[in-house]
Write a protein that binds this ligand. Structure first.
Ligand code: SAH
Length: 465
């Protein structure tokens, strides 16, 4: 960054402009609008400047530049076509520590004047650091079109209420939440339409609402279970019904979203199964944005937030900001699907443990090692549950077989587990990839591998036992 961006309060302070042509005139007009007391040094003034001098709006203090004209001056602009004179003005000003701009000469200037988009009191300044004034002008043109013409009215409304809001709402989070809502509310539209009475009424009402409601921000990472709304915990339901904002995943069933508070803001942050880390960091910053604005945020996640749910990253980010956070466990797909498909994950005779694993390829690419570990656990009578396992099923089942797991090991696919459209497809390690393709299995689907997945395994074994 070559320049420090700033807006300069020049009201009632002296500014000296050397030059009296068109360019000087534009700078003088700007200085006058900003409330400066302008002195001008020039052999000749434009008609407009002459008129202003006659009307007492500016001081024509001489025809030639002397250093003593700089006494008491807060800012200098040199706008003559005489390069030597401009340089002399610049050197004299800099020696005295007075900020100076030489028009179209960044090298001689200690500050540059940006292109502006003026929606008083809103001001957008564009600078290319002197690199390309034409680019700055092009950007100004597009910003001009993009910013509402009456934007200034919204800022004036905010200014009029600023002090009262400060007195009424303690805490920066609460105030920020109020302003955010206000600036997107009817009040802002009414102000832009010049309907001041209605605008003030709207602000007053909104302020009352915010002053009386409890609104220190909080976050709950809530497990929504695998789909059946009756599998929600009581705690999940309570938080969903108190939330100001609910950020939900693609995996959360519509029947569950229906149970959120009616006037909660519902935000779909659905990710694809490849959910890139960018998307995850967008979601995390959204959670933080709402929470720091004082809102009660529920981050609703399919299943359990801490089982392949990236809840850990979200928890860390929220805690780092010192925001209150609760984690509410949910029924994870493995237990949900197992229950509704009638497949016990552990069993006295058939399965001594259960491994929750992912069927997604590992980022370090060491798929063989991962599958070798799983094959070994399966050999020690552990049920293997693969989340996100459909895409790579062929590759992974081949590897499990290559690592010694019997190709006749029973496998069940549970698609849309616990939902009305649930399907359970039973087959074997050797056949399951073909079954998934033939039956057009779609996400969400879970793959359960092990003796417990055999049809009637439970009753047969019980009878035998
Ligand atoms: N946090 C979630 C898992 C997210 S990963 C949980 O604890 O359940 C997404 C994977 O979960 C899906 O690819 C699928 O394998 C599994 N899954 C989630 N809901 C499911 C459902 N209703 N039926 C089958 N599998 C499901």
């Amino acid at each position: 960054m070559d320049y420090f961006p700033t807006f300069f309060d020049i009201r009632h302070r002296r500014a000296l402009v050397v030059g009296g042509g068109q360019v000087a005139e534009r700078k003088i007009q700007l200085l006058l609008r900003a409330g400066a007391r302008v002195g001008v040094v020039a052999e000749q003034l434009t008609e407009n400047l002459n008129g202003r001098a006659a009307a007492g709006q500016l001081d024509a203090i001489g025809q030639t530049f002397h250093e003593d004209q700089l006494a008491g001056v807060a800012l200098v602009i040199a706008a003559t076509s005489d390069r030597d004179l401009n340089r002399a003005v610049a050197v004299a000003s800099r020696t005295r520590g007075i900020p100076v701009n030489v028009v179209d000469d960044p090298k001689l200037s200690s500050f540059i004047v940006p292109a502006i988009i003026d929606r008083d009191p809103v001001m957008v300044a564009v600078s290319t650091g002197g690199a390309s004034p034409v680019l700055a002008r092009l950007m100004r043109r597009s910003l001009e079109q993009w910013l509402p013409e009456k934007l200034g009215a919204v800022a004036r409304l905010a200014r009029a209420w600023r002090e009262r809001v400060g007195q009424r709402l303690g805490g920066i989070g609460r105030r920020r939440a109020f302003w955010e809502q206000l600036l997107e509310s009817d009040a802002a539209k009414q102000a832009q339409a010049g309907q001041w009475r209605q605008a003030n009424d709207s602000v007053s009402q909104l302020l009352e609402t915010h002053a009386t409601k409890r609104c220190s921000g909080s976050v709950a990472l809530v497990g929504a279970g695998p789909g059946d709304p009756e599998l929600l915990t009581l705690k999940a339901l309570r938080l969903m019904q108190q939330a100001d904002v609910v950020l939900y995943d693609r995996l959360v069933a519509p029947a569950i979203i229906d149970k959120c508070r009616r006037d909660a803001e519902l935000v779909d942050v659905g990710k694809t199964s490849s959910g890139s880390s960018d998307t995850q960091s967008d979601i995390t910053s959204m959670i933080l944005k709402y929470a720091t604005a004082g809102r009660r945020v529920v981050r609703l996640k399919g299943g359990d937030p801490f089982v392949f749910g990236r809840g850990g990253e979200e928890l860390e980010a929220v805690e780092a900001l010192g925001i209150e956070v609760t984690v509410v466990p949910g029924i994870t797909a493995a237990t949900g699907c197992a229950a509704s498909a009638g497949i016990p994950l552990t069993h006295r005779d058939l399965a001594h443990g259960c491994v929750l694993a992912t069927g997604q390829l590992r980022s370090d690419g060491d798929e063989t090692a991962a599958m070798a570990e799983l094959a070994e656990l399966a050999a020690r009578k552990h049920t293997i549950v693969l989340y996100m396992g459909i895409g790579n099923l062929a590759l992974q089942t081949q590897q499990l077989i290559a690592h010694g797991l019997s190709s006749s090991t029973p496998v069940a696919i549970v698609e849309n587990g616990t939902r009305p459209e649930q399907r359970v497809l039973r087959s074997s390690l050797a056949a399951v990839a073909n079954v998934a393709t033939r039956e057009r299995v779609r996400a969400p689907a879970l793959v359960i591998i092990g003796e417990v997945a055999r049809a009637n395994a439970y009753s047969t074994q019980s009878a035998a036992a």
